[in-house]
Design a protein. Structure first.
Lengths: 364, 606
């Protein structure tokens, strides 16, 4: 196994590694550590980016030039950004960085379920800055799907780095006057999965905040159909304590977003008639999703908002994957005061109830 | 029904017309149960939970004494801050009640200080006081059983003379009749002694769970608190033991569906040693465990298992079949205990903060401490004591019948308890005078008239409530014992649901099942229930437990999710919808039904 400061495999990463692997990379690492079935992958660290940048620009001219712009200088910024991107895309990766990335990719490949074919991976940029939440970079960097083979992977890693110097990204940093030397780019490389169905789940009721329930929503194909509102998902409510599926709503799911393995994108299409009114999950899958959700929630110690997918290529029992988990925020923000606090004596609770009921109704 | 906000009211008491053919109902109940003109200004609701049928004259005592006791407990003994007591009225044979709330904040404050001290004493010493209570109620049951009903011999017992006792038997006719009533009164005081405090502790935990887990089912809250060694399950457990014994002794062939208990007993007597052994075991189990009323203990005609073996014998064939297959196992108490603990610990761990977990521990601990009383008092009071009580009254009925005052001993229940006093006085005088009672024609006519009146009263559908819709309904007794809230009253004020095929109630026990309806209007018909049917009845009672073993689901007009019927349904894992209001009126025997016990909906399929 290859070890290098330039890559970090998911199982080795924790949230505290965020400065060198980015927010996305760190959270996938933590989720993997939590025991969740995250599609395997690794992160090309900010050290790799720094090593590359030193090779391209030992004198630090790129960073100095960008810092010289004001936010309003759109023309000069566009010209400089294009020039910098060309420079980056022409530069080969330093040998030790390339070796580390290829070696990690081969490891993924050796665990492939499709032997003989190069493992398809998703390549995502995960920028970090000491001065800004990486959420503010969201959407400004690129994601490449269905990347196959080591050579293609290296090119796409470099494309991610180059995307830091897109017009939008640079303009954004100038607007916030962010120092360039803090800025770094990690790249997440993760095995692609082709979901039969996907969705989200909340480890509390989205309707009432009830922490004893898990709400699971899902539809055919990619989760993007559900998130974008293109389809009304199936909905299941499961009691954590009882383990019962206490409510189920099967919707007519007319549309799906599907991976297009031949290209790099996603196709949007009609769901075949015979599948539309079928539940997208079996009871066994629901129970397994809930089991995983509960263990993730226990790991983080707070209710979670989770993205999941079920692969069409893997056998039952090994086909469930989590794509992301983050703390639930809507109900958490309302929990500023405990519903009850201990009293001097247990029966004081009863005295309070019996003494207070009519005061509320009649007095106030 | 009301529809505008300014005129939101139910029918007024003064607007209730006499039921045709039953205009004599007033003579059955004393003046203090009658609606007064000023009662039109107050909100009343029909206590269908306890009194689902018109009251026979004597049975009015099962309203009079509970309310004597409940109010004394809340208003005077424990000085509940926000409620005094319950008032009751009878119209067309139906019992309506209202609570007297305390609304002045200063008054509530003053009462709260007294309440805290007094209630605190009971909560702090609960286990010890409850043990004492079990001793007292057990003694009371023995006392009522031992009351002698004088036989009034031609010559007084010689001992009265030779021991110079001085007091002959006719005196004891009245003294002992009063004693029976006095013991019944005491039973109700014991019943209410822990009742409101017990329910209060449970409701605190219940409401905290509902606030913390807004979608938690009532069942799950109850499952965290419910006891495992519940006295109320014992009668059913005894039946299972008898079923096992029947198989063991090879007499199991005698227990078949629909057979007459008396014939089974006679056949057993012919079956040698194992038949004798079974009969001896039955005798052993009957006291006290067969003192289970087939109702809730509020009507004389809801006989106990001991009085009518039909109910327990209806359950035996199924248990015997299970025992034969080796499937009849004892309740896995250790497993149930562990499961109860697991559920409580899991909910606890899901709470948002350590503070809440500490409060949860306090509330759960208190709820569990009070729950033995909540679960078991019905057996001691409504079942065991009440069975003995009504049977003792029957003995006085036999005396009145023997003196020609009643067509049958059972007709004593057509007389109000104060009228029984008069009839007994008639006998006391007649015995002393050496003559005949003067009331023979009078009482014979009264009994015949009242039987007709009761039949006519059964045809009436009482409105769920009377009077103006109250602005606030917060009385803790009404909320805890009857489960009635502002929302309940709203639903009463709304017209009947649009979907004619649906009957809605409380989701009492989860699951969905389809089957054939068996509508039972009287508990005495329970022997008609067949394997796999859906029981539809006015009110289910704990004593029906065994029949739950053969039905597919249970639906009742009355009862909440804390009712014992709901608890038994959950114990048997059957879907159950309770408190539907009128399932027995909308459903007929033989109809196909779907019962959704998770959502509280019964659908009539044909």
């Amino acid at each position: 196994m290859h070890t290098s400061a330039y890559v970090g495999r998911f199982p080795e990463l924790r949230l505290t590694d965020r400065p060198r692997v980015g927010g996305k990379g760190a959270s996938l690492g933590e989720l993997t550590f939590a025991g969740a079935p995250v599609p395997p992958g690794f992160v090309v660290t900010t050290d790799a980016f720094e090593a590359f940048l030193r090779a391209v620009d030992a004198a630090g001219e790129i960073r100095a030039e960008i810092e010289s712009f004001d936010a309003g200088q759109t023309g000069p910024i566009a010209e400089a950004a294009a020039r910098i991107r060309r420079r980056i895309e022409a530069e080969p990766l330093p040998q030790d960085v390339a070796d580390a990335v290829v070696c990690s990719y081969r490891e993924l490949d050796s665990e492939s379920d499709m032997p003989g074919e190069a493992t398809p991976v998703a390549v995502r940029s995960s920028a970090t800055s000491e001065d800004a939440e990486d959420a503010s970079f969201a959407g400004l960097q690129d994601t490449y799907l269905w990347v196959r083979g080591a050579q293609s992977l290296l090119e796409h890693v470099r494309s991610c780095w180059a995307s830091l110097y897109s017009l939008e990204s640079v303009s954004y940093r100038r607007r916030l006057r962010l120092p360039e030397h803090d800025l770094a780019m990690a790249v997440v490389v993760q095995r692609m999965i082709d979901p039969r169905c996907a969705g989200v789940m909340f480890t509390r009721s989205p309707l009432t905040g009830d922490r004893s329930l898990v709400a699971v929503e899902g539809s055919w194909g990619l989760g993007s159909a559900l998130v974008s509102g293109d389809v009304t998902p199936d909905r299941f409510t499961v009691g954590k304590v009882t383990g019962e599926i206490c409510a189920r709503t099967i919707s007519t799911k007319a549309r799906q977003h599907r991976m297009d393995p031949s290209g790099s994108g996603v196709v949007e299409e009609d769901v075949p008639e015979y599948l539309r009114d079928e539940p997208c999950l079996s009871d066994e899958e629901i129970h397994e999703l809930v089991r995983i959700a509960r263990s993730v929630e226990a790991h983080y110690g707070a209710p979670q908002d989770i993205e999941w997918a079920i692969s069409r290529n893997f056998a039952p029992g090994k086909n469930i994957f989590l794509l992301q988990s983050r703390p639930e925020t809507v109900w958490a923000s309302r929990e500023n005061k405990p519903l009850a606090t201990p009293k001097a004596k247990a029966f004081d609770h009863v005295v309070a109830l019996l003494g207070g009921a009519v005061v509320r109704g009649g007095g106030a | 029904m009301p529809d505008s906000a300014s005129d939101r009211r139910f029918p007024l008491p003064s607007e209730i017309a006499d039921v045709p053919g039953a205009d004599g109902w007033r003579s059955m109940y004393p003046y203090y149960t009658r609606f007064q003109p000023e009662d039109d200004g107050r909100f009343w609701f029909y206590n269908a939970m306890h009194f689902p049928e018109p009251m026979p004259a004597f049975d009015a005592i099962t309203a009079e004494l509970p309310y004597t006791a409940l109010g004394a407990n809340t208003a005077r003994m424990f000085v509940f801050p926000t409620t005094l007591g319950i008032e009751h009225r009878i119209v067309n044979g139906r019992v309506y009640i209202t609570a007297n709330p305390v609304t002045d904040p200063a008054e509530i404050e003053r009462r709260l200080a007294v309440f805290s001290e007094r209630a605190g004493f009971y909560y702090e010493n609960w286990d010890e006081l409850y043990q004492g209570w079990v001793g007292r109620i057990t003694e009371l049951i023995a006392e009522v059983e031992q009351v002698e009903v004088p036989t009034l011999p031609e010559f007084e017992d010689a001992a009265v003379v030779f021991e110079a006792r001085g007091v002959p038997q006719n005196h004891y006719v009245r003294e002992n009749y009063h004693r029976v009533l006095d013991l019944y009164s005491k039973m109700w005081h014991y019943h209410t002694e822990f009742l409101m405090l017990g329910y209060g502790a449970y409701v605190v935990f219940f409401e905290f769970c509902k606030a913390s887990f807004p979608e938690i089912s009532d069942q799950d809250v109850a499952r965290m608190v419910a006891g495992v060694d519940v006295v109320l399950y014992r009668p059913d457990d005894e039946l299972k033991k008898l079923a096992l014994l029947a198989v063991e002794g090879g007499v199991d062939d005698l227990f078949t569906e629909g057979s007459d208990p008396q014939k089974v007993l006679a056949a057993l007597a012919e079956r040698g040693e194992s038949g004798q052994r079974w009969l001896a075991a039955l005798e052993e189990a009957r006291e006290p465990w067969f003192n289970m009323s087939t109702g809730a203990g509020f009507y004389h005609h809801h006989r106990s298992w001991n009085d009518d073996l039909t109910v327990p014998f209806a359950a035996l064939p199924r248990y015997v079949a299970q025992a034969r297959r080796g499937e009849l196992l004892e309740r896995p108490t250790e497993q149930l205990r562990a499961e109860r603990e697991r559920i409580a610990q899991e909910y606890r761990s899901l709470l948002a903060s350590e503070e809440e977990r500490a409060a949860f521990d306090q509330m759960l601990g208190l709820a569990r401490a009070v729950f033995p009383f909540v679960e078991d008092h019905n057996f001691y009071c409504e079942h065991h004591f009440t069975t003995k009580f009504f049977n003792k009254v029957r003995e006085f009925g036999r005396l009145l019948h023997a003196w020609g005052l009643l067509p049958e001993a059972e007709d004593i229940f057509q007389l109000h308890h104060t009228e029984v006093d008069q009839a007994l006085t008639d006998v006391m005088l007649a015995w002393a005078a050496g003559g005949q009672p003067t009331g023979r024609t009078h009482w014979q006519q009264v009994v015949a008239e009242r039987k007709r009146t009761l039949e006519a009263l059964k045809q009436w559908s009482p409105p769920p409530a009377l009077g103006p819709v109250p602005e606030a309904l917060n009385d803790p007794a009404v909320r805890m014992l009857w489960g009635i809230t502002a929302e309940t009253i709203e639903s009463w004020a709304r017209p009947v649901e649009a979907d004619e095929r649906e009957v809605r109630g409380f989701a009492a026990s989860p699951g969905v099942v389809e089957g054939t309806a068996r509508v039972l209007l009287s508990a005495n018909d329970i022997g008609q229930v067949r394997e796999g049917e859906i029981l539809v009845c006015p009110v289910t009672a704990p004593s029906w437990g065994p029949v739950f073993g053969k039905i597919a689901a249970a639906v009742s007009d009355i009862g909440g999710t804390m009712s014992h019927a709901a608890i038994v349904a959950r114990e048997y894992g059957l879907p159950s919808v309770v408190g539907t209001g009128h399932a027995t009126k909308r459903i007929t025997t033989g109809q196909r039904l779907r019962v959704d016990g998770s959502r509280g909906i019964v659908t009539i399929l044909d």
